[in-house]
Design a protein around this ligand. Structure first.
Ligand code: ADP
Ligand code: MG
Length: 692
């Protein structure tokens, strides 16, 4: 196998003619270090300079290349001094407008001189104009025969220089600068070109390719996306295989072992929960580490499944750690698990940042000495010096908030030589299958596709905020009927301080409008204890209306709450709205979710609210979300290993995933030595999947 330095694509950019140390530093700011990086630095968009648009055909809002003869140049004194140069070509006239210019430039624009320029057309005070177009005096011929790429760039690095260097890099392709790791026949089967052709067509496309390129359906783009997804998939598989080679405690997961746990539960598991439990039982009984993702819509009852796994571990003398995304949720989990496991003799301890030093020390000691069977906490559980005596199982709840790499790192925490804990990942946001394949290629997937009995689907209504008074009356009626309600205030301008203020103001207003009700408030700036106290009072029914920021997003469980108002719902994403809505409809009464919006709505906001009104199905919502937002946000940008995607767009290219899987099989079978250089090509250092 070729070593790094043998691969021409891994040579530093300075290997290219015209790129010196200074340029190297600038390119580095774009994450471009090697010749390969430069080749995979793809255009953001394209300009069509292959033809000249007659001035009479210009449309505002479009970019165009034009050519004409200067009629005259005039300085205008408005609010700002500007230079207006009128040009004509027989079909129409156009004004070129400059805000920054020197006397030499004014002289240059003499009447009768031919000029060609490129810029965006807009409607100005004197008809159509271009502000600060790129221009060239004298030439009238089109400047290019291919589309002109516009690259992502950085200060001090012009498009011209980037284009030149990329041209140079593209020339090196002819000399074999990029190895082709995929047999051309395999790509041909998929209707996709070889790598070299793909790169040329994306960097220097023919004008007719523009529509496909804009839609992201050009075969060149697809070929690159395919290869990139393949590299990520191979990385995840490698992580998985490495993991499979390790050992884990084999637990007793027999029916007899489960019986006492089921006897303590106040309900019967659903068929779906039973099926998933059987899948877990098989995994956990083996001496190979489990790596399983349990997907289940909000309220489908994932916590019980995790608790059963922790019970199996405890019975066999192993400890479990459950990691939740928020303090509030950690507290809830500790309470639920405690209620189910402590009667069976398994101690559950909570570790959070806010507890008293003594309490915390005691919990840590109990864990270190093996007196506690289960630790529940936020990710701090793993960042700090928490010592387990015999950690056998790690459960990560609400996976989408943690990243792939965090997850992979996490399992190392409990590693003891060759032995690692079993890992169970639970996610409430259903992820479209193709996306799950790409993001969790290293996990087995179980799905809880059934809600516990007695739930009634939540009815969702969309109401403009000028009808706020009617909504307040709804709250009054629901609480008069013995029910409880949530009033959620979303984040204001990304600021927690402002959001908390807004929630406080809303709570005050509602308390005034509803004097007969007890109104409570929880927000992100309150102390953990204080929050827990309010939540406990709400759960006990002492608080009728709970005003909250989105801290209640996950996990809160109050079956008597049957009404949820989401204020300024237009500001929230689809997945988040669905999660919030999942807080109601947990009892047997008909629940209502009111999406209160402040108009006018953008098209996407309208589409989001409509999707929620139309369906309660998390999978349908996830698909819509993917279509509306793109995968980065669906998975939680920056938090997944997929942020490293340079070319592929999972929303757009998700349909390639089955092909990616079978290509990976074939590659590993016929050319296993190519997997490594492929991963090196595409996976940046920071997104390399852990090699175990
Ligand atoms: P999620 O999947 O959103 O994490 P939870 O585990 O919080 O859901 O469960 C939601 C609620 O449903 C909890 O009150 C839980 O006790 C209850 N629950 C779970 N499984 C069942 C079941 N089989 N029958 C009745 N209630 C259940
Ligand atoms: Mg949950």
């Amino acid at each position: 196998m070729a070593s790094d330095t043998d691969l021409p694509e891994l040579r530093p950019v300075t290997a290219l003619r015209g790129v010196g140390a200074r340029q190297q530093a600038r390119l580095a700011r774009l994450g471009i270090h090697t010749v390969g990086d430069l080749l995979f630095h793809l255009p953001l968009r394209y300009q069509d300079r292959t033809r000249i648009t007659p001035l009479g055909q210009l449309r505002p809002g479009r970019e165009a290349q034009v050519a004409g003869t200067i009629l005259g140049a005039q300085e205008r004194q408005g609010r700002r001094r500007t230079l207006a140069v009128r040009i004509a070509d027989g079909s129409g006239v156009l004004t070129l407008r400059f805000f920054h210019y020197g006397p030499a430039q004014v002289r240059q624009f003499a009447a009768g001189v031919p000029v060609s320029c490129y810029g965006e057309v807009r409607l100005g005070p004197e008809g159509l104009e271009m502000a600060h177009p790129e221009y060239r005096l004298g030439t009238l011929a089109p400047e290019a025969d291919v589309l002109t790429p516009v690259y992502p760039t950085t200060e001090g690095l012009g498009q011209g220089a980037l284009r030149r260097w990329i041209d140079t890099a593209l020339e090196t392709l002819a000399e074999g600068a990029l190895a082709e790791w995929l047999p051309p026949a395999w790509c041909e089967e998929l209707g996709l070109p070889p790598l070299r052709e793909a790169l040329l067509s994306v960097h220097r496309p023919a004008p007719g390719d523009l529509p496909d390129l804009l839609q992201g359906t050009h075969p060149g783009q697809r070929r690159l996306a395919l290869e990139e997804l393949l590299a990520h998939h191979l990385g995840l598989r490698r992580a998985r295989h490495g993991h499979r080679r390790r050992r884990a405690p084999a637990l007793d997961t027999s029916e007899a072992a489960l019986a006492p746990f089921l006897a303590v539960l106040p309900f019967e598991p659903t068929a779906a929960q039973r099926r998933v439990l059987a899948e877990l039982a098989r995994d956990l009984a083996a001496d190979r580490p489990m790596m399983r993702l349990v997907q289940g819509d909000v309220g489908s009852g994932k916590t019980v499944v995790a608790a059963a796994a922790a019970w199996w571990a405890a019975r066999s003398g192993w400890q479990s750690a459950l990691m939740a995304p928020t303090e509030l949720l950690a507290e809830q989990h500790a309470a639920s698990l405690g209620a189910w496991l402590e009667p069976l003799g398994a101690r559950v301890v909570l570790l959070n940042g806010r507890q008293k030093a003594g309490e915390r020390r005691a919990a840590l000691e109990d864990l270190a000495e093996g007196r506690a069977a289960v630790a529940v906490g936020t990710h701090a559980l793993f960042q700090e010096a928490v010592c387990f005596r015999r950690l056998g199982l790690v459960v990560v709840d609400e996976q989408h908030r943690f990243g792939v790499h965090q997850r992979l790192a996490l399992r190392e925490k409990g590693a003891d030589g060759e032995r690692v804990p079993h890992q169970l990942v639970m996610t409430a946001t259903p992820i479209p299958r193709t996306l799950a394949m790409a993001a969790y290629g290293d996990l087995d997937v179980s799905v809880i596709d059934e809600l516990p009995p007695g739930r009634t689907p939540v009815e969702t209504v969309v109401v403009p905020d000028r009808r706020r008074d009617e909504v307040i009356e709804r709250v009054r009626a629901a609480c008069a009927a013995g029910r409880q309600a949530y009033w959620v205030c979303p984040l204001v301008e990304d600021s927690e301080a402002l959001s908390c203020q807004a929630a406080e103001a809303t709570a005050a207003h509602l308390a005034e409008a509803l004097p007969e009700l007890t109104v409570g408030l929880v927000h992100g700036r309150m102390k953990g204890e204080e929050k827990a106290r309010v939540m406990a009072r709400f759960k006990a029914g002492e608080i009728h209306l709970l005003v909250a920021t989105t801290v209640i997003e996950v996990g809160v469980d109050v079956p008597n709450a049957s009404l949820m108002i989401i204020d300024n719902a237009e500001r929230l994403g689809l997945a988040q709205l669905h999660q919030l809505r999942g807080r109601v409809g947990r009892g047997s009464v008909r629940s209502v979710c009111v999406l209160l919006y402040h108009g006018p709505l953008s098209d996407t906001a309208r589409a989001r609210l409509a999707a929620l009104r139309e369906t309660n199905d998390g999978f349908v919502i996830a698909e819509r979300d993917l279509a509306l937002r793109g995968p980065g946000e669906v998975l939680g940008t920056r938090q997944t290993g997929l942020v490293g995607l340079r070319v592929a767009d999972l929303g757009r290219d998700a349909d390639l995933m089955p092909a990616v899987q079978s290509l990976a099989d074939r590659l590993l079978q016929h050319h296993p030595e190519r997997a490594e250089p492929l991963m090196r090509r595409w996976l940046r250092e920071d997104v390399r999947y852990a090699e175990v």
